[in-house]
Ligand binder design. Structure first.
Ligand code: IMP
Ligand code: MG
Length: 183
């Protein structure tokens, strides 16, 4: 069935051209920062990061490998933070490597905080974070991305990899989801 954007999207927050332009700038910063370092591993967090990962990687001019992880936060009522459950792990040993976590959006910060800790414990030489979007208003854990594409207001967004119930990841822009869709 053809998607009816008018029923789904309130407004386009960031169009494709602006996304690509900003991602090129970010890649430039990554190229500079990691220039004299060895063994860069880009770790995309599935599935939200796929579009960002692809566009970023195309603009990185360094030797690097691409890895993916799929995680979900452990939540059992009382204990809200701490662990992440790894659903798909890395395929390689990251000991001594420079890890760059590639995320779609930082919201509460819980996922990345736990993930970063666990990768440091595994012996990565460094673990840094790049996120396409940042919703600072929603933060529960103090965690700052090392590089961030866009700060956005506290609205639920979809597209460019981000989903609502696994849908709308394929949209080529970041759009605000209509409230009617989830209310
Ligand atoms: P947190 O920072 O641990 O709260 O988790 C961030 C994750 O929540 C992201 O990787 C997204 O999968 C999801 N998320 C947060 N805000 C949004 C949104 O506005 N649209 C779609 N997914 C979101
Ligand atoms: Mg995600």
């Amino acid at each position: 069935m053809k998607i009816d954007l008018e029923d789904v999207i309130d407004q386009v927050l960031i169009d494709e051209e602006s996304l690509n332009k900003r991602i090129k700038q970010l890649a430039g910063q990554i190229n500079e920062y990691y220039l004299d370092k060895n063994e860069l591993v880009l770790v995309g967090i599935l599935k939200g990061s796929i579009m960002f990962m692809a566009e970023l990687a195309k603009n990185i001019k360094l030797d690097c490998t691409l890895e993916f992880m799929d995680v979900s936060s452990y939540e059992n009522g009382t204990q809200s933070s701490g662990n992440v459950k790894i659903i798909k792990d890395l395929d390689t040993d990251i000991t001594g490597k420079e890890v760059l976590l590639v995320e779609d959006i930082i919201d509460t910060g819980r996922t990345l905080d736990a993930l970063k800790d666990s990768l440091i414990k595994r012996g990565a030489n460094s673990v840094k974070i790049i996120t396409l979007l940042d919703k600072p208003e929603r933060r529960e854990i103090e965690i700052k991305p090392d590089w961030s594409g866009f700060k956005i207001p506290n609205e639920f967004v979809v597209g460019y990899g981000l989903d609502y119930m696994q849908m709308y990841r394929n949209l080529p822009f970041i759009g605000v989801l209509k409230r009617e869709v989830y209310e």
